[in-house]
Ligand binder design. Sequence first.
Ligand code: REY
Length: 427
Amino acid sequence: MEKNQMVSGMVGRGTALGAVLLSLLAVPAQAASAAESTPTAAAEGMPAPDLAGLREVLRSALAKGAPGAMARIDDNGTVYKAAEGIADRVTGRPISTQDRFRVGSVSKSFSSVVLLQLVDEGRLDLDTSVNTYLPGLLPDDRISVRHLLSHRSGLYDYTNDMFAQTGPGFESVRNRVFTLKELVDLSLAKPLNNQPGAAYSYSNTNFVVVGMLIEKLTGHTLSTEYRDRIIKPLKLRDTFYVHPDTALPGRHTKGYLTPDEAGAPLVDSTRQTVSWAQSAGAVISSTRNLDTFFSALLGGKLLSADRLAQMQQWTPVNSTQGYGLGLRRRDLSCGVSVYGHTGTVQGYYTYSFTSKDGKRSITAVANTSNNGDVLGIMAKTLDAAFCGKPAPATGARSAAPSQQHEKQHEKEHEKQYEDIAPGIARD
Ligand code: REY
């Protein structure tokens, strides 16, 4: 089957777009705090999202230094939005869930979908050596395509050195244009972290090689493949891959990088090529579009059932997280598991996750980065979205379970630092 036929056929049969249209009807025009009204369409078997809790999380991100923070929940046709703080420190414009932003490594899920569609079309095999498709590129023939997508290749993450010093590192690449091969060469200057397949070791290099595979096998640019396979079929009108342009198209929130030096002012990092990341992290999108993307993915509208199952074969990351193929699993405090990706690019932290059936999704964004407190706090938006309200702490009898809940949250928080590439959440 031709790729476009397959994708549009799958989308056509699904309900994702209908749900988005419905949601537009369901939501009052007022953006922030719109939602308490309609918890009736909640995804089956899940408590309604805790909107007051969600807003509280966003406000704590502001208290820890984010100029703005926002989240949108798409719950089986009902939309909930919350936004706190500002998008622009010069004009003071309030941040809005309609603002576009840089999604960072959520781009890895886009790249994985494109590559897995190529697998579905029989154009490559997950367990074949990468060097079969890109002869001589990697130093070890045992590195397979699956190793790349599950971060088990051992390929060193060149961004560790690039961003060892946050501000100077960023300025040194802000306007640079790299080829994908140049980025791989930066990685290959260092030995492998581990034997191919032996361990999970998050590395941007893996998804740079995925980008090379996409370009080699299709003969098209990444931009073309994202557009034809994901953006157009899902009608993601806020989603772009503009590399190496430095501007975000249309209405967007600015991004503010937190320097390493305590007390130093935030740096407006909005404009950059993101050439250092490309297929590992240069997509631009919106909360609404990312919710649609992950709902469609878990809802089976982008990949065959077989490939989607492969995407969810988990390599353990820690006791509450797994990494599939360009997809993260997080086990929340209430026992619910959610699926999606996190993203860090200078000035933006993103969490975008959906339920097992894709029916409830949240995308949460803070417009700062290099701030471990904000990163950890934003993870709690997932509990607010999927776990419902914590038990009320009234009277001696309920105090104990509530405290336990808090403790669990704290444990989750501590774990965030293991979640992204080594060195990224340094604070
Ligand atoms: C690199 C550094 C972020 C960001 C990165 N992001 O690898 C990929 C991801 C695409 O996993 C920067 N941190 C920050 C530093 C630390 O420079 N010294 O926090 O903006 O999303």
